[in-house]
Design a protein around this ligand. Structure first.
Ligand code: SF4
Length: 639
């Protein structure tokens, strides 16, 4: 279906694996304006096609691989693409963002998105080029790790692949492109359940942008903005996300011993600074990214992607391990087997505590790391009883062995490394997040509560609207095709470089109340018809690329629409208020016995959050809200 907008190819390809057929999936320009691309476009397609509760491994599950309008435009940090499906880990919609080369290649092949349906009868490699789709045998690839698979496929095409974990239906298996992963939610297992080992895309169709000269100027200014910002121009290039670990320790938000504490005595041995001094070979970035936050380290004589802060915290402090070299190795092994580093790490900490408490005799102990590599492999291949159990994720482990109060997951998804009792807004986000215990889909409020700014981390005041606003903002940024780290520039530099200045202190005080103002702006976008290119260039750049007429208020509205659409899909999958939960360790046990506020006051914040979102008591979007967002209400038969 042709499009009048620049930068889009105007085509979405629907592939039926069972019948080996392809057709164009209709999508109008009105829908492009409403749903933009990436995860929101995917949510719209899944909302329109999966109308009742299904299991992630049912043939009816759909995998949507989608790009945003900025993919392929050379805008800074714009090579990110999205993969969505119903998740085998949570049973809900999961969207995972990836930085490899596939998104760009898909657009060059002539498609904005893929809608993959059905289940292949044989192990399959899908090859997409400008004029055809080949359904090839993947017999020779099955069993290979993610790196080996990509190497064997060869060529210059963009690739997404799964490893043994996806083939063996590990519920948190990921999908890999180059060395980047669509990590969360077990989407690799959905590919595995469809007998789909890999998809490649290749072509030379560069989508035309609407205003090339203006886009070039805006991109140049945006890259400068990112390069001059203390987070995106200094900390991330120098230390990567790993640089956050020391701040997490200082602010009591470094998950330690399965989230029983927020500080680890030996944090300096697993810090980003230590990695930079001892192991860093160079930094590296996704295509078109001036930030280059990735680390390159050497494992067994091979230069590979280094660990992010989440696994450094979770396979370090959270299992009482101070050996950074081992964390680097496990990170590499998990990537190669194709499993999510965050969920795998969460399973280790939980298994260790179950063993410590005598609930499951599995041989794993806090601080004892000799068997970790072995068990990672056993999980990937489900080749031992311990590995097979851990491949199911912490929620199912707790259903079998108990320990629900310290099972650190939400909606079945393991939390990342930020201990929320010293950042309660992050705690709220973890609980209400559409994809489960994810720091990013949560709204990433920990950045405001300690990692970057310093708003009071223990108060619930203002956290509900702030969470909602940042969730919506990040939703729209992701749908546009940008990396979420580009939103860091949203915070003026002085807030980070002069933390004790009067101005910074004032901003920290008033920021919790800004959520209310932004909430109003989201509800009535016409009151905010402005653009803020010095801190939030995304809508202006999308306009130059596409010819749309977005502004800050409209971007917020797009994000709100996306977040609610995802919630509607989850509602069909059965989500309700009791699923927006955290384990009692985080809500009922104080992190610091002397600080009565060092727990997540979830129920108080949740009520306010639902009210801010215009959700009912069960956490379901109201009909009125859905109408206001322009979504067709189609929930008959859903409780
Ligand atoms: S900031 Fe990091 S994750 Fe984001 S696009 Fe750049 S290199 Fe990739």
């Amino acid at each position: 279906m042709a499009t009048a907008f620049g930068s889009y190819t105007g085509k979405i390809l629907k592939i039926n694996l069972a019948e080996k057929t392809c057709e164009e999936y209709p999508f109008s320009d009105k829908e492009r304006e409403m749903f933009l691309g990436g995860k929101i476009l995917a949510a719209k397609i899944i909302y329109d096609n999966i109308k009742h509760k299904i299991d992630a491994y049912d043939d009816e599950n759909i995998i949507v691989v989608s790009t945003g309008p900025l993919n392929g435009t050379a805008a800074p940090s714009s090579s990110r693409f999205n993969i969505s499906a119903i998740s085998p880990l949570t049973g809900l919609l999961s969207s995972s963002n990836c930085g490899g080369n596939f998104g760009m290649s898909l657009k060059r092949a002539g498609y904005d998105a893929l809608v993959i349906t059905g289940k292949a009868a044989e192990k399959t490699l899908l090859k997409i080029t400008e004029d055809k789709v080949d359904f090839l045998s993947a017999d020779g690839l099955w069993g290979l790790k993610t790196g080996e698979t990509q190497e064997k496929i060869g060529g210059k095409c963009g690739k997404i692949v799964i490893g043994p974990a996806g083939e063996n239906l590990v519920r948190y298996a990921c999908i890999v492109s180059e060395e980047r992963a669509a990590g969360r939610g077990g989407l690799g297992a959905v590919m595995g359940s469809k007998n789909l080992k890999a998809v490649t895309a290749e072509g030379a169709l560069l989508p035309k942008v609407k205003n090339r000269e203006r886009l070039k100027t805006l991109n140049y200014k945006w890259a400068k903005l990112l390069q001059n910002h203390p987070l995106t121009g200094a900390q991330l290039p120098k230390l990567g996300t790993a640089g956050l670990l020391t701040t997490m320790q200082m602010k009591h938000i470094l998950a330690t011993k399965n989230f029983s504490a927020g500080q680890y005595d030996e944090f300096d041995k697993i810090s980003g600074e230590h990695m930079s001094e001892k192991f860093l070979i160079k930094n590296k970035g996704c295509l078109t990214c001036p930030i280059k936050c990735a680390r390159v380290v050497n494992i067994h004589g091979k230069n590979v992607k280094g660990p992010e802060v989440e696994i450094m915290g979770l396979m370090g402090a959270n299992i009482l391990n101070n050996d950074l070299e081992k964390i680097m190795l496990w990170n590499y092994e998990m990537d190669e087997y194709g499993m999510d580093t965050i969920s795998t790490s969460g399973c280790f900490a939980f298994a260790m505590e179950l063993n410590e408490k005598g609930l499951w005799d599995n041989g794993l102990e806090f601080g004892k790391i000799d068997r970790v590599s072995e068990v990672i492999k056993e999980i990937a291949f489900r080749s031992s009883e311990v590995g097979d159990v851990m491949a199911e994720g912490t929620k199912r482990m707790s259903e079998r062995f108990g320990g629900k109060d310290f099972c650190i997951s939400s909606k079945g998804m393991e939390l990342s490394a930020y201990e929320p009792r010293a950042a309660v807004g992050q705690g709220l986000g973890y609980a209400v997040s559409n994809r489960g215990g994810c720091h990013l889909n949560a709204g990433y409020l920990v950045v405001l509560e300690g990692l970057g700014l310093s708003i009071n981390p223990y108060t619930h005041s203002g956290k509900a609207t702030l969470s909602m606003t940042f969730q919506d903002l990040m939703e729209a940024v992701s749908a546009g095709g940008s990396c979420l780290f580009t939103t860091y520039a949203f915070f003026p530099s002085f807030l980070l470089t002069k933390p004790n200045s009067l101005m910074t202190r004032i901003v920290n005080k008033i920021l919790p109340y800004l959520g209310g103002a932004l909430y109003l702006a989201g509800k009535l976008p016409w009151i905010l018809p402005v653009n803020l290119p010095p801190i939030f260039p995304h809508p202006v750049v999308i306009n130059a690329a596409t010819g749309m007429k977005l502004n800050f208020g409209k971007m917020l509205r797009v994000g709100e629409r996306g977040y609610n659409l995802e919630r509607l899909v989850n509602q069909r999958m059965g989500v309700k208020a009791s699923d927006d939960a955290l384990p009692k360790r985080l809500t009922d046990t104080l992190q610091d016995p002397k600080n009565p506020k060092s727990r997540v006051p979830l129920e108080t914040m949740k009520k306010r959050y639902y009210a801010s979102r215009s959700w009912d008591k069960e956490g379901h979007p109201t009909k009125r809200l859905i109408k206001r967002l322009g979504i067709v209400y189609d929930m008959e038969g859903t409780e």
